[in-house]
Design a protein around this ligand. Structure first.
Ligand SMILES: O=C(O)CCC(=O)C(=O)O
Ligand SMILES: [Fe+2]
Length: 355
């Protein structure tokens, strides 16, 4: 692997990628964050994506015939044990709300730096506008900007970080968050049923004060998409994550190949995080994914991170442990913190939960 130079932490944190683009700074010189070999793996990129699509309406609607529901549940189980993700349709969220949340995100990022910086977070904060807190030395700069906000539990909301412009931002995010909560309920129940478990078992593990965080990602166009990633390869430390995108860019790794998540304005990508892999005793997979950059188009995504309640112990469902499938993960509490420490070093954390 070619050597690459990384600027000091303070310098990385003082930069916003949008600002660098405005000043004509491109990811050259010290900002080359990856060797060409790492990013330019075109031979391994599959363009026509076979990522499974699941109709959530078939799983929850009482009008669905038992046969159809069973078929869709089977499809769901197989998608999550092979891909660890699926494109969810029939989720009940109107196209107009999906468009609105994409629109307010774009409007926020389109504003001048001084306006966005009113919501800037400090080096140690999680919530607010800016890069990740304190990346470890040696880590690459992702070619993206973010706004990270806690939406549930409600007492975790820090409204001082919620943009006042566009003026509809707060209302749209509140509405979207409520709908997301419904989607997590439908999804968690369906996942349990696909494994022939009590339908509320995962919801109980997540707890009444389960956390939901919104991460708004803005990927500026990049002159050297062959050298720089919008977001480095990683798996999520969540229970699971629900992603809405406007353009392609997100790729999921399966059997050593990167698959592009297709553009579908009405679909939500539901992607397992490490904690669902733990709760399902390794049956569901938490896939590695990344975002590639694009020289012509910018891209918006809104990722909703659904994570068990703080301080709550989670672990493999007892009914998924037997002689044929011994327990492979131990019980863990606040795994997201462990995940975070490893993520900062560009590593996965799942091994820390292995028995
Ligand atoms: O931008 C995307 O589509 C994916 C974002 C993502 O993976 C993340 O925020 O963890
Ligand atoms: Fe992710």
């Amino acid at each position: 692997m070619a050597a690459y130079a990384v600027p000091p932490v303070e310098e990385l944190l003082s930069k916003r990628v949008q600002e660098m683009v405005l000043h004509g700074e491109e990811p050259l010189g010290p900002y080359i964050c990856r060797s060409g070999e790492d990013v330019d793996e075109k031979q391994d990129i599959m363009d026509t994506s076979p990522i499974p699509t699941i109709d959530l309406n078939l799983l929850s609607c009482s009008a669905t015939s038992d046969n159809k529901r069973e078929q869709e549940l089977e499809k769901l189980g197989s998608a999550l044990s092979s891909w660890g993700c699926f494109q969810g349709i029939g989720h009940g969220i109107s196209v107009s709300l999906l468009d609105k949340i994409r629109q307010v995100s774009r409007e926020f990022f389109k504003q001048p730096m001084e306006e966005k910086n009113k919501y800037a977070k400090s080096v140690v904060d999680f919530q607010g506008y800016g890069a990740d807190p304190i990346p470890e030395q040696g880590q690459s700069l992702d070619w993206s900007d973010r706004l990270f906000l806690e939406v549930f539990p409600e007492d975790g909301r820090q409204y001082n970080f919620w943009p006042q412009i566009p003026i509809s931002f707060r209302e749209v995010l509140e509405d979207y968050s409520e709908k997301m909560k419904m989607v997590t309920e439908i999804t968690s129940k369906a996942m349990a049923k696909s494994l022939k478990l009590e339908e509320t078992c995962f919801l109980e593990q997540f707890g009444k004060k389960a956390q939901l965080h919104a991460r708004f990602n803005y990927y500026s166009p990049c002159q050297r998409p062959d050298l720089v990633l919008g977001l480095k390869p990683h798996a999520d430390g969540t229970g699971y994550t629900i992603i809405l995108q406007d353009e392609v860019g997100l790729q999921v790794l399966k059997d050593g190949k990167w698959y592009t998540v297709p553009r579908n304005p009405t679909a939500l990508l539901v992607l397992m995080g490490d904690q669902m892999e733990i709760m399902s005793n390794g049956i569901f997979k938490s896939p590695v994914h990344r975002v590639v950059s694009n020289s012509e188009r910018d891209r918006i995504s809104i990722a909703m991170f659904y994570t068990p309640e703080l301080g709550k112990e989670i672990g493999p469902e007892d009914d998924l442990v037997n002689v044929d499938r011994p327990r492979i993960y131990k019980k863990v509490t606040d795994y997201a913190e462990t995940h975070w420490k490893f993520y900062q070093r560009g590593m996965r954390a799942l091994h820390t939960a292995h028995i």
